[in-house]
Design a protein around this ligand. Structure first.
Ligand SMILES: CN(C)C(=N)NCCC[C@H](N)C(=O)O
Length: 264
């Protein structure tokens, strides 16, 4: 199994993360500072995504990354490989994402005068507390919504990227850096626009359990969110997600392609 796609995915995930950090900091009002936890989690998860995507495509089409410009795979195979990468990345991401969401949402204790100790002191303390209070399955709370968010949207992510690259690249050639940046940026936007409804539900499911259970399950969470807040609830955060997605994914794809060409 070729491993360079996993390594390129890891490095490109870290590059994208650095660019996305200001957006993430704005999103969470500065309560989730520091880079070590995101680097460890986001870059690892990106490595799984790109590594599994490329190796699934290799299994489906018997073409390596280098051969794919001369023998382009079908969009169906790209979609299947992207969905497979998305499914596996969702499982790896689940505990990290849960910790991130719990840390991001603990705004109250620090806001209260006289209350200087937040519930979770950091990622490791958060993981240990969840394990103690909610059991090992607690670390996978909301993972169904995460799987539903990432599986189809990552299929679409790679189809959009490949489609745009092919559109603006002469047959058989490698896309230019400008094309990779634009195609990567739009692939990120397209994936986040479609991912936002399940992203909202996922975050609510992940917060459920902290002060008792509010929802009977994912469907109940969707129905009660819709009843209380209307259809707009499924689009919360879409603008910020899309604004962040362009630079993050443009840089991710550019560094991924660059590294794979360098190692060829
Ligand atoms: C849930 N969705 C839409 C995605 N995971 N899309 C792929 C983009 C990955 C990139 N690290 C980012 O954070 O934008």
């Amino acid at each position: 199994m070729p491993v360079e796609e996993f390594v390129a995915g890891w490095i490109s995930g870290a590059v994208g993360l650095v660019l996305g950090h200001p957006f993430d900091t704005v999103k969470v009002l500065g309560f989730f500072k520091g880079m070590s936890f995101p680097i460890a989690s986001v870059a690892l998860v990106n490595s799984v995504l790109f590594g599994v995507y490329s190796n699934t495509l290799l299994a489906l089409t018997a073409t390596s990354h280098q051969e794919r410009r001369a023998q382009p795979p079908s969009y169906t195979n790209i979609f299947i490989a992207g969905c497979t990468g998305g499914l596996l990345q969702a499982y790896c991401l689940a505990p990290f994402d849960l910790i991130k969401v719990r840390l991001q949402n603990q705004t109250e204790p620090r806001m209260q005068i006289g209350s200087s100790t937040p519930r979770y002191r950091g990622p490791v303390h958060c993981a240990a507390s969840i394990l103690k209070e909610e059991g090992p399955q607690g670390l996978f709370r909301g993972s169904w919504a995460l799987v539903l968010r990432d599986t189809p949207t990552l299929g679409m992510y790679f189809v959009t990227y490949e489609g745009l690259c092919r559109q603006y690249t002469p047959e058989g050639q490698n896309p230019s850096s400008a094309t990779v940046l634009v195609a990567g940026g739009f692939a990120g936007i397209a994936s986040w626009i479609t991912a936002t409804p399940f992203d909202v539900i996922k975050s609510r499911m992940q917060m459920d359990g902290l002060k008792g259970r509010k929802y009977g399950g994912m469907l109940d969470c969707m129905a009660s969110s819709f009843r209380q807040e209307g259809i707009g609830v499924f689009f919360k955060g879409m603008t910020l997600n899309s604004a962040r997605a362009f630079p993050v994914n443009a840089a991710t794809f550019l560094s991924y392609e660059y590294l794979l060409r360098l190692w060829r």
